[in-house]
Design a protein around this ligand. Structure first.
Ligand code: NAP
Ligand code: MG
Length: 500
């Protein structure tokens, strides 16, 4: 289903939507073993969308057994990489053919602007699946430089059964970031979407089967974190978990692994990313555009959100003026309206959390420069104004904790050393931006900032060719995207041979 980005066409498309609401295990859609369901809600209206099968430990166990059987059968794990590529490319094609529907599902469940879902999330999802599909048959193993009496092969083998536990902020895209490299490497997957956003993952499961992925290779168990999520983390039949979500929950997976089978754990977690504007920035309008995009894109519900603007005191007032004016043009409203730039917060408790941070900013003495209030209550949803605080110090709560909402903190500085110190004074280290006209300053500051991705004179997460992940408490042991993502879904094996 594809449609024009125009209100009537969108409403018609919504009316025609069909939902997959059952778990997908061993190639079949089925109710939860317990028969339980939970409601998924539209956060822009507060109204229910559908009831979803509530998987728990019993369903995870079925899915892991199916994934293990598929892995051991070799139906996928031992197929030629070139053949896996063909299936995954067909899958990408089907996702592309159904991109309109998937975009609507993410828009409805996550409250994300439809224009972003259509123009960013779904094209990126398709591109990601294609990139990893294509990479799978272009990777070579190695022969070690041993003496003439031996031959030592250093091989990469699929890890086995991979559990993927993903968040709600980029639902379809996060599935692709995990699934693309995990499947290309030959693994079987058991995925648990976030409880708020199961629909696009379930739709993608149907498309993967249609593309010819053998039964049991990709399973989706919708459900809650403490039950279904924990069961994946503790299952002795899961060889690895790839997790994206909060640092708090990421930590739990390390515990689950320690207390079960020492499964490999890869974590992509939160951030409090700095945007550093030095005393010699390029065109300030361009800086303002990037700063606003970094802080408010996806409602600030973005792990690499540039939530701290660390700006040289000589340009602060001028830049603040421009970003305030520009941010004021980012329309907050109905996610289904193609003109909306900022949709709703994901759920009521999260809205309350964001409002709590705004209250903390005021109480700590930061100066409110824009927004700060809940709005559009009559719609029934969870909307908050785009919010900017000036005169923030890095010690304040709003500068230290991940808010995951549209709240920007502006922190002035006097010297480059001070800027770097503030940028690094955080437990996180996912992303950073810096703005300067001087090439030497750019290299010096980019190297000094402790973050997985540093962008210069722009806000960017790179593209599919660049690894994405964090230093410090933003991540653990791996990277999404790029060839480095493939490696993390493989085990290293040495085959040592004695030659006659
Ligand atoms: P979250 O609460 O940590 O949830 C992530 C996933 O873990 C969900 O599927 C969740 O299930 C599950 N979970 C929750 N509690 C669990 C438990 N006790 N045991 C096992 N699994 C559990 O994160 P979120 O609120 O969905 O997403 C926001 C966070 O994700 C932010 O911190 C953001 O920075 C981070 N994020 C990071 C990246 C990155 O690439 N670094 C990308 C996007 C988002 P439920 O849905 O049932 O809670
Ligand atoms: Mg959650």
């Amino acid at each position: 289903m594809n449609f024009k980005l125009e209100s009537t066409a969108i409403q018609t498309a919504v009316a025609g939507l069909k939902f997959r609401t059952q778990a997908f295990i061993n190639g079949t859609f089925a109710d939860a073993v317990s028969g339980k369901t939970f409601v998924t809600e539209n956060p822009a209206t507060g109204r229910p969308i559908a009831r979803i099968a509530e998987g728990d430990a019993a369903d995870v166990d079925c899915a892991v057994k199916a994934a293990r059987a598929a892995f051991e059968s070799g139906s996928w794990s031992r197929r030629k990489p070139a053949e896996r590529k063909q299936t995954l490319l067909r899958f990408a094609e089907l996702v592309e053919a159904n991109a309109g529907e998937l975009a609507l599902l993410d828009c409805l469940e996550a409250g994300k602007p439809i224009a972003d879902c259509v123009n960013i999330d779904l094209p990126d999802t398709v591109a990601c699946l294609r990139w990893h599909a294509e990479a799978g048959d272009k990777l070579y193993d190695r022969v070690s430089p041993t003496g003439p009496e031996n031959l030592a092969l250093i091989l990469r083998e699929p890890v086995g059964v991979v559990g993927c536990v993903v968040p709600w902020n980029f639902p379809a895209q996060m599935v692709a970031w995990k699934l693309g490299p995990a499947l290309a490497a030959g693994n079987s997957v058991v995925l648990k979407p976030a409880e708020q956003t199961s629909l696009s993952a379930l739709c993608m499961a149907g498309l993967a089967a249609e593309a010819g992925l053998p039964a049991g290779v990709f399973n989706v168990v919708p459900g809650f974190g403490p039950t279904a999520g924990q069961a994946i983390g503790r299952h002795p039949g899961v060889d690895m978990v790839a997790f994206t979500g909060s640092t708090e929950v990421g930590r739990l997976f390390l515990r689950y692994a320690a207390e079960s089978n020492l499964k490999r754990i890869i974590l992509e977690c939160g951030g409090k990313s700095p945007q550093v504007v030095l005393a010699d920035p390029p065109d300030l309008d361009l800086v303002a555009q990037n700063v606003v995009n970094s802080a408010f894109w996806n409602m600030g519900e973005n792990c690499s959100c540039g939530s701290r603007l660390i700006v040289h005191q000589s340009v602060k007032d001028d830049l603040l003026d421009r970003i305030t004016k520009l941010a004021g043009t980012w329309t907050v409203g109905d996610p289904l309206d193609p003109a909306t730039r900022v949709g709703s917060m994901i759920e009521k408790p999260h809205l309350e959390k964001v409002l709590g941070y705004i209250a903390a900013g005021k109480a700590d003495g930061a100066k409110l420069a824009l927004g700060g209030r809940q709005i559009l209550e009559t719609a029934g949803g969870y909307f908050v104004e785009v919010t900017i605080f000036d005169e923030v110090t890095n010690a304040m709560k709003i500068a230290r904790e991940e808010i995951f909402g549209p709240v920007l903190s502006v922190i002035p500085f006097a010297t480059e050393a001070e800027a770097v110190a503030i940028a690094n004074d955080t437990n996180y280290g996912l992303a950073a931006s810096l703005y300067t006209r001087d090439l030497n300053t750019a290299h010096r500051v980019a190297r000094a900032i402790r973050a997985g991705t540093v962008s210069v004179n722009c806000y960017s997460e790179g593209d599919l060719t660049t690894p994405f992940g964090g230093f410090k408490e933003s991540g653990f042991a791996g990277r999404d995207k790029s060839i480095w993502a493939h490696e993390q879904y493989t085990e290293l094996k040495t085959i040592w041979m004695q030659l006659a």
